[in-house]
Design a protein around this ligand. Structure first.
Ligand code: IMP
Length: 416
């Protein structure tokens, strides 16, 4: 039976999925996004030209691949239209689920206003309106892309939403769009997006039956999952493998190989627990060497050491067949490299991820560093200490490493 392969983030997002998906997308016929929205993002450089992708699957850079944005994605139509301008002749190469919910301007206004009110308790969202858009969906008052087929009806239901929520808009001091403004906005969306809307589940089933090679591209990471992450400091979708089923209309039996992407260290943006965060010079060095600044918001990322417990947890919940270990070269030149192999709290030692990560203390093992792995393309040519570090990750995370990335270039990759 033909199955779809899956790429998931196995930390707090920003693991370097972009590079792997871009590489792999070259040999797939169909590439799909299934959750998240334009809070995700990566830049891909091809032949010296930079492409910024937030919503369009990475398969767009393979001229032969078809790209699908599934029902589980929340789509900001204006952001998508802007992103599409980077590419020509997208008809028949991009299909968008008519069931995907829209992120409208007022969603991001609510996101920003509530984050401001939360002050020091803020989640640290990207401010893109992702939470409020998923909240509208779950509250059953959201707006699906397919509704732009009947603009007067859609405008009426958005106006009705404004009426029901008028107290909230007033309290948050948000001025919402008028009926006329909404009509003009949706007419623009209809003009640009209607040709791409379809029943993507039926399309995907057809591709599976035809034996096409299908790649599913996750956004964010396991520890940001709405159910299984460090709640409430999470995003609003299921970032774990199961999200690929609901977000596309696939069954678990449709999923084939699962690759979990991890960096050789850890980063996180926004607030929330991060046990291996390094507040000292080494954390700063990781940020500088790894250029750890958000692609979507430009925020500096919090940096720290590889967390084997978090990785073990992510590998189990996603059913990872293998890990892709990214940015190994960022650790070049460190005399000692730490890896968190247990936690401690109130005198108790944990070797699996506990429910609550507050005030948890990481227990590290220190390994000797190496001079350079930058650009190494064969496993045998890696320094002995880098090999030992990879082995330690495999043992402590209980998952084998199948891919190692040693630089930003597509070619700086070791496939085992
Ligand atoms: P939201 O997804 O904008 O609601 O943000 C919720 C949390 O998820 C915040 O901590 C964000 O920093 C984080 N987040 C959302 N998208 C990404 C991403 O693509 N990479 C890393 N963190 C993300």
């Amino acid at each position: 039976m033909n199955r779809a392969d899956l790429i998931v983030g196995a930390q707090w997002g920003d693991e370097g999925k972009g590079k792997i998906v871009d590489m792999m997308a070259q040999s797939y016929d169909v590439v799909c996004r299934y959750q998240g929205g334009h809070n995700a993002g990566h830049t891909i450089v091809v032949d010296g030209r930079k492409y910024a992708l937030h919503l369009i699957p990475s398969g767009v850079l393979n001229p032969k691949a078809v790209n699908i944005i599934g029902n589980g994605v929340v789509v900001a139509p204006n952001a998508l239209i802007e992103e599409m301008k980077q590419f020509k002749n997208m008809e028949k190469r991009l299909f968008i689920s008519d069931k995907a919910h829209m992120v409208l301007d007022f969603h991001s206004a609510i996101d920003l206003a509530k984050e401001k009110l939360r002050g020091k308790n803020a989640i640290g969202t990207t401010g893109m309106g992702i939470g409020p858009a998923y909240a509208s969906k779950i509250e059953r008052v959201g707006f699906r892309l397919g509704e732009i087929r009947n603009i007067p009806k859609l405008v009426d239901s958005v106006m009705e939403y404004f009426r029901v929520n008028r107290v909230i808009f007033k309290a948050l001091d948000i001025k919402h769009a008028s009926k006329e403004e909404l009509t003009a906005e949706f007419e623009e969306y209809a003009k640009e997006l209607l040709p791409f809307l379809t029943n993507t589940t039926a399309l995907l089933w057809k591709y599976i039956d035809e034996g096409k090679n299908i790649l599913l591209e996750g956004a964010q990471g396991a520890l940001l999952d709405i159910d299984h992450g460090t709640y409430p400091f999470v995003t609003s979708s299921n970032t774990v493998a199961a999200g690929a089923c609901t977000g596309l209309g696939l069954s678990p039996k449709d999923i084939g190989k699962v690759t979990g992407i991890v960096k050789a260290y850890c980063t996180r943006v926004g607030n929330g627990p991060f046990p291996t965060e390094d507040f000292g010079e080494e954390g700063k060095l990781l940020r500088a060497n790894g250029y750890e600044f958000g692609t979507t918001t430009g925020r500096p990322r919090r940096c720290g050491w590889f967390d084997a417990l978090a990785c073990q947890y992510a590998a189990r919940i996603n059913g990872c067949d293998e890990l892709a270990l990214m940015k190994l070269d960022v650790l070049d030149g460190f005399k000692k490299i730490k890896i968190c192999i247990a936690y401690e709290k109130d005198g108790k030692r944990y070797t699996t991820l506990p429910e609550n990560l507050d005030d948890i203390k990481p227990i590290y093992e220190e390994l000797d560093g190496w001079e350079s792995v930058k650009g190494v393309r064969e496993f045998d040519k890696l320094p002995k200490n880098a090999k030992a570090y990879i082995k330690k990750i495999e043992e402590s995370a209980k998952t084998k490493v199948g891919i190692i990335s040693t630089g930003a270039e597509r070619m700086d990759t070791i496939i085992l």
